[in-house]
Design a protein around this ligand. Structure first.
Ligand code: SF4
Length: 247
């Protein structure tokens, strides 16, 4: 993909959603760390339902340690893998207190040394809590990067490195959320909504889907650039996902 096209893709995603963020609800770096750790194989919605009950009771490492494994499991039990999530969380809280004065560190190495925190989680924390230009490649970003041609790659690490290298600097901090939201709501796994997609004319995916009524013959409809670039197109198309908890 040439640089001009790449820049135009991010320009349109930014125009549609100027301030993207995670759909996980949080108000401190520690709450975000907990939410991200709980989100493995769970939906953001399911995690938010849990943290809405948990955080008013315990939203610091000390408070979660005081809760103890059994009571923590009780809060988490609607989530998959809740027993191991509770175990990792308790151990992480212990290490945060021992090594970091109860604060979430803003360094990759320190984050990845915590139980249950891998490269992807560390990238989310560094990006979303600390504003660093990292890109946590999840299943949505992996798919969008490959389909569009933004950063084709066989592994998440390959895609991450390509995105970091080729994304224009001005878009780097928010690229992560634009691509996740685009994959979650528009460029969906089973049937991408190419007919609603604001970057369809730039995307290099060979098997785009077009509404039969709009084309009649399988040819793409005219791109929706003007309308989509001038205003957000609503929650289903490019949601502005800011949903931080009120403090
Ligand atoms: S045109 Fe289709 S395949 Fe390409 S990014 Fe948009 S939804 Fe995804």
């Amino acid at each position: 993909m040439n640089p001009a096209k790449r820049r135009e893709i991010f320009s349109r995603l930014r125009a549609a959603n100027p301030h993207p963020t995670t759909e996980l609800e949080y108000s401190t770096p520690f709450e975000l760390l907990v939410a991200v750790m709980l989100s493995a194989q769970s939906t953001d919605k399911g995690v938010n339902q849990v943290t809405r009950r948990l955080f008013p009771v315990a939203n610091t490492p000390a408070a979660i340690l005081a809760l103890g494994q059994a009571r923590l499991e009780d809060y988490l039990k609607t989530l998959g893998l809740y027993k191991s999530k509770a175990k990792h969380l308790i151990e992480t809280c212990r290490l945060l207190i021992e090594r970091h004065g109860g604060e979430v560190p803003a360094e990759r190495e320190a984050l990845e040394a915590l139980p249950g925190v891998g490269r992807k989680t560390a990238n989310v924390i560094l990006n979303t809590a600390f504003g660093q230009p990292t890109i946590a490649v999840d299943t949505h970003i992996f798919r969008v990067a490959n389909r569009t041609g933004l950063a084709p790659g066989k592994t998440v690490l390959e895609v991450e490195k390509k995105l970091l290298k080729t994304t224009p600097k001005e878009f780097l901090v928010d690229a992560h959320h634009w691509l996740i939201l685009h994959g979650r709501y528009v460029c969906q796994a089973r049937k991408p909504k190419c007919g609603e997609c604001i970057i369809a004319d730039l995307c290099e995916y060979q098997d785009k889907t077009w509404p039969a009524a709009a084309t009649g013959s399988g040819t793409p409809p005219a791109p929706r650039r003007g309308k989509a670039r001038s205003a957000p197109t609503g929650p289903r198309a490019e949601p502005n996902a800011v949903k931080r908890r009120a403090t």
